[in-house]
Design a protein around this ligand. Structure first.
Ligand SMILES: NC(=O)c1ccc[n+]([C@@H]2O[C@H](COP(=O)([O-])OP(=O)(O)OC[C@H]3O[C@@H](n4cnc5c(N)ncnc54)[C@H](O)[C@@H]3O)[C@@H](O)[C@H]2O)c1
Length: 318
């Protein structure tokens, strides 16, 4: 690959993807493109941004002319930019549609104009909606998003579908379940619990804390993305999922145990989301057939992630 562009590169997943991509394509020019929202931090890119083949562009994917200019001669483009927090989407849903739907459209159109050969679009399992059935959803499941975040992502996936068909653009979509790791803004379950306990604050729990979620480490996610990059079929969707699920309350318990926090005294139950999917259940056999499997165990990773937050608490001005 002569040139690669990654959007959302200064965010949680994007920064880990960027590091992996640089390691794999040492001789490629790499453009890291990010608007730097509250969830991002340029410091996440400290280990790679000073390399001579890496350029950082602070801009919006909705700024079409700038994005298209930066996609000139790009052979691989990876779209990770998004508004990613469901809770925020209830109060500010238009921003989610602008960034996630229109932003993805802008990205695809710019890729089309610049004839980008290979495109990876990062989506989410939430586009399928709740799955109370025994059987997990495959990639051909009809989409049934239930909150403004997942709806904006599902709409983006539909636009990807249209670009695959109408323009024969080579876009591969990845739909992952919850991802955890270092550098995640403390608003999602794992990062927020760690941050709250380290700041001696109580952790808020939606409803009764009995939603069920699958959690995949960001490393396993990135390895899945690389596997898809190497072996994935054009114009295809790949689910990527962890093997085990947890009640949200159990995740908080695991973290409290590690941080020596009295669990019962340090949680507050709050009103649930306007609508909260009980469980997302996806099947990633298609990706496993390419040779990917989950390697990292949540209980082993949590202490390492806690250490990172201890050292980096100052990054978050909450
Ligand atoms: N975190 C998860 O658990 C999870 C799970 C499945 C899928 N995903 C998907 O992965 C992607 C990344 O999620 P994340 O958790 O890293 O989110 P994040 O909020 O940490 O990062 C998003 C990044 O996108 C950037 N961004 C936002 N709007 C932009 C715009 N208009 N132009 C350019 N950059 C913009 C932000 O500055 C930030 O760096 C999203 O598409 C999300 O839907 C996340």
């Amino acid at each position: 690959m002569k040139k690669i562009l990654i959007t959302g590169a200064a965010g949680f997943i994007g920064s880990h993807v960027a590091e992996k991509i640089l390691r794999k394509y040492k001789n490629s020019k790499i453009v890291l493109y990010d608007k730097i929202t509250y969830a991002a931090n340029i410091k996440y890119l400290n280990s790679i941004i000073f390399e001579k083949n890496v350029t950082f562009v602070k801009n919006d994917i909705l700024n079409y002319p700038v994005l298209e200019k930066n996609l000139k001669n790009v052979e691989l483009a990876i779209n990770v930019a998004a508004e990613s927090h469901v809770d925020n989407s209830f109060g500010n849903s238009l921003l989610f549609t602008k960034t996630n739907t229109l932003g993805t459209h802008s990205f695809l159109e710019a890729c089309r104009k610049q004839k980008v050969k290979k495109i990876i679009h990062v989506s989410t399992d939430e586009v399928y909606g709740e799955n109370l059935k025994k059987k997990s959803f495959t990639e051909s499941q009809i989409l049934n998003p239930t909150n403004p975040y997942s709806a904006s992502k599902a709409a983006a996936d539909m636009i990807v579908n249209s670009y695959n068909h109408s323009y024969k653009l080579n876009v591969i979509t990845i739909r992952a379940n919850n991802i955890y790791g270092t550098r995640q803004y403390p608003e999602k379950l794992i990062s927020k619990t760690i941050y709250s306990f380290l700041k001696k604050k109580k952790m808020t729990v939606h409803g009764r804390g009995n939603s069920i979620r699958y959690f995949l480490s960001v490393n396993d996610f990135c390895n899945g993305l690389i596997k898809i990059l190497d072996k994935g079929k054009s114009n295809t969707i790949y689910n990527i999922a962890a093997n085990r699920s947890f009640y949200t309350l159990d995740i908080i318990k695991i973290i409290s145990r590690h941080l020596n926090v009295d669990f019962k005294k340090n949680i507050i139950f709050i009103k649930d989301r306007p609508f909260n999917d009980k469980i997302y259940k996806i099947n990633c056999e298609k990706l496993k057939r390419l040779g990917w499997s989950e390697k990292e165990k949540l209980e082993v990773k949590i202490p390492q992630i806690c250490d990172w937050y201890k050292k980096n608490l100052k990054l978050f001005n909450k």
